[in-house]
Design a protein around this ligand. Structure first.
Ligand SMILES: [Zn+2]
Length: 339
């Protein structure tokens, strides 16, 4: 089956961290981190609906201006997520410009910002062009399990990681199981296609019990029909569940015990694990002093998590020209043959 999400590291392995996650067959994309995005074509920027920002060190958040510049003057909703302090950062970025004309636009840009705090709640604010991006407080939301966004087809979850005394969020995009319909089984059961299949999928997705009843109504040449079946039977006979993809993303995190546990849990069986590997193994002391991972540590984490693929990035400029050596050290640790 073709994956629904296509990923692309906008600035490669050495530039600012930005993972562009494109939804196939839809004009929509998500971002993990918001470093420089000036090389992204405008049409791809305009597809972004949600940007998840690990922390607001400059190389992870400087792309906000480019995003804002393209979206102002259009009818758009943009959701931004970040660590504690994020709402203030977004507000100050917006306060950096003069907005006296923007409320006259016919269309409105609405920025919904949220920060995941240590209380486990998602604290929120809204900034609308029609009000010159003045900050409007919104009620906090529960974020059970660190889930920042939960849609029918996927969810995005975050874990707080320590990065030299500040929080850097790690993210995982978890696609929910696809539910496909076996058309020939429907025929065999004498059931028609129709809107009831949408109801069936919705109820299976939200975990209704197998014993629950579903009423199927349809009309054909013989008149009106009505049949009652249990959810369990329909699920077994008619639906085929295909597990979804998981894409995990970790940048700027120390290799301490709490981070190791959190990262391994986040990236568990991930199809793609995008992980920072700024330093060669030889620079372990430097990595520890700056709250970063080495290549070997990144590979080891991917191995412990049982990730299917590890994609190292965010290489330090101090190792310029040694990128392939970093990659080698990551692979070796991932394969269990590293030193
Ligand atoms: Zn960084």
């Amino acid at each position: 089956m073709r994956p629904q999400f296509q990923t692309h590291l906008v600035n490669g392995t050495t530039g600012d961290p930005v993972l562009y996650i494109d939804f196939q067959f839809r004009r929509r994309a998500l971002l993990f981190d918001l470093g420089e995005i000036s090389t992204l074509p405008a049409r791809r920027v305009l597809r972004i609906t949600d940007a998840f920002v690990s922390h607001t060190h400059m190389d992870h958040f400087i792309g906000f201006d480019s995003l804002l510049r393209l979206m102002v003057g259009r009818s758009k909703h943009l959701r931004l997520y970040g660590p504690p302090g994020f709402l203030d950062r977004v507000m100050h970025r917006l306060l950096g410009y003069t907005w006296n004309l923007v409320q006259n636009f016919q269309v409105e840009l609405v920025i919904h910002a949220a920060e995941l705090r240590a209380d486990g709640l998602l604290h929120r604010a809204r900034f609308r062009s029609a009000r010159q991006f003045e900050r409007e407080g919104l009620e906090p939301l529960e974020a059970p399990g660190g889930v920042l966004r939960n849609e029918d087809e996927f969810r995005v979850r975050a874990v707080p990681l320590d990065h030299n005394g500040i929080v850097s969020l790690g993210f995982a995009l978890e696609e929910k199981a696809h539910l496909n319909v076996w058309k020939d089984r429907l025929d065999a059961l004498g059931l028609p296609t129709g809107p009831w299949l949408t109801e069936l999928k919705q109820r299976v997705r939200r975990g209704d019990p197998d014993a629950a009843a579903l009423t199927i109504r349809w009309r054909d040449g013989d008149g009106d029909h009505r049949r009652v079946e249990t959810l369990g039977r329909l699920r077994r006979e008619v639906l085929r569940e295909v597990p979804g993809q998981t894409i995990a993303f970790v940048v700027d995190a120390a290799f301490d015990a709490a981070n190791r546990r959190a990262i391994i849990d986040l990236a568990r069986y991930a199809d793609q694990f995008h992980v920072e590997a700024p330093f060669l193994n030889e620079a372990t002391a430097r990595a520890a002093a700056t709250g970063h991972l080495t290549a070997g540590q990144a590979g080891w984490l991917a191995r412990e998590a049982g990730a299917r693929r590890v994609i190292p990035f965010h290489f330090s400029a101090r190792h310029s020209g040694q990128e392939s050596l970093i990659e080698e050290q990551v692979r070796a640790a991932f394969a269990g043959t590293g030193s």
